[in-house]
Design a protein around this ligand. Sequence first.
Ligand code: PLP
Length: 281
Amino acid sequence: GKVIFNGHIVDREKAIIHIEDRGFQFGDGVYEVIRIYNGKPFTLKEHIDRLYASAQKIYMEIPYSKQEVKDLIINLLEQESASTCNLYLQISRGVVPRNHVIPETASPTLIGYLMPGTRPVDLMKTGGKAVITEDLRWHYCDIKSISLLGAVLAKKKATDAGCLEAILHRDGIITEGSSTNIWMVQNGKLFTHPANQFILNGITRQKVISLLDFNQLPYEETGFTVEQLQNADELFLTSTTMEIIPIVEVDGVKIGNGTPGDVTRKLQTLFEREIEHECGH
Ligand code: PLP
């Protein structure tokens, strides 16, 4: 197959990363995962804008225009005859002799390729389980950084417990999941952590907020406690690849009546319409 490599579309075997690429050695880079439905990217502009915002936060200048990156993606989707899958896009600082100091001249390494991925339709209906664990990551969670060891270790706690996700808290306040944003419904109102340095402002999170605004559904971007989460009427997570997944059990205890709630299911329906509207069906 073909991949995006430094401004070109090349055969996958031709895209080889240098041992002194700072992405490889320092996790010095940023990335995006973009959902492709029926060969069409969903919320492409939002993802590209966030990629550039993440790059800016790490003092990295992307040597391509946003339009050039979008064109590369559209080109790749065409060449690969993409249907429903995920696009992984990463840009690292580039290749320089190993040194912590950010180099003044380095040309960033851009890669992009398609990964298989079907929609988690069963999980959307049945919901999944989660564990709660302390958020031991860093204070740069707003950057979509490729330094993901904290997230990897958190996710291990979930999979070790036979769960889908690890829900993280800082000092008893729920931040987000290891690779998802977390939402609570209480008395018909939705709550999610505000977009600051403690969470990644998910594109799916932002899409849900726009749906809530448009449909005049009450919500608050406010931190809520572990105890509030345990006593929530409904809980769900959002992410590009997972979309909207009900969480029906946390640390072995049922949330609400242990089945996906009405508000969650309504949002799933509204989200589905967004996908249809943007990518056809
Ligand atoms: N939070 C974290 C830590 C993530 O890694 C992700 C996605 O991978 C999300 C939230 C969800 O973001 P998005 O909806 O943009 O996929």
